[in-house]
Write a protein that binds this ligand. Structure first.
Ligand code: 2BA
Length: 107
């Protein structure tokens, strides 16, 4: 068994979760926060047999979109002056981890 962990944009989470559950997958949604932007995102975990990993990733990929975002960075211009310089970054679509599951049980 495998555990698929997908970090997606909060705005895409609804579509990703709806499509996974419609296809019969059990899904858990966690409210998470990105360490870099310090804004909310959504982590979705799905436990599946190995042969189902590819179809699950396909659904996540189809419904997760990348977004451009401006972040402020500071640069030293001398005499301790640090103006804020906006830099564009691309966030997402989805960041995926696939892990081996040693044991799966429901008590
Ligand atoms: P955040 O940590 O808030 O990062 C948001 C976006 O900021 C990243 O998008 C990336 O474009 C940029 N970014 C992150 N760290 C950076 C850095 N040190 N320097 C410059 N730019 C940086 P994504 O790569 O699509 O990541 C989206 C979210 O996925 C992340 O939100 C984080 O919550 C998670 N994530 C990404 N890679 C991860 C990893 N290796 N381990 C754990 N979580 C990860």
């Amino acid at each position: 068994m495998k555990l698929v962990m997908a970090i997606v944009n909060a705005d895409d989470a609804h579509a990703v979760i709806n499509n996974l559950t419609q296809e019969g997958y059990s899904v858990t949604r966690l409210a998470t926060t990105g360490g870099f932007l310090k804004t909310g995102n959504t982590t979705i975990i799905v436990g599946v047999e190995e042969e189902k990993v590819a179809p699950v990733l396909e659904i996540i990929k189809k419904h997760s979109h990348s977004r451009k975002q401006l972040v402020s960075t500071a640069s030293e211009l001398g005499m301790g002056f640090f103006p804020s310089v906006p830099t564009e970054i691309t966030v997402g679509g989805a960041t995926i981890f696939v892990m081996d599951v040693e044991q799966f049980a429901k008590f």
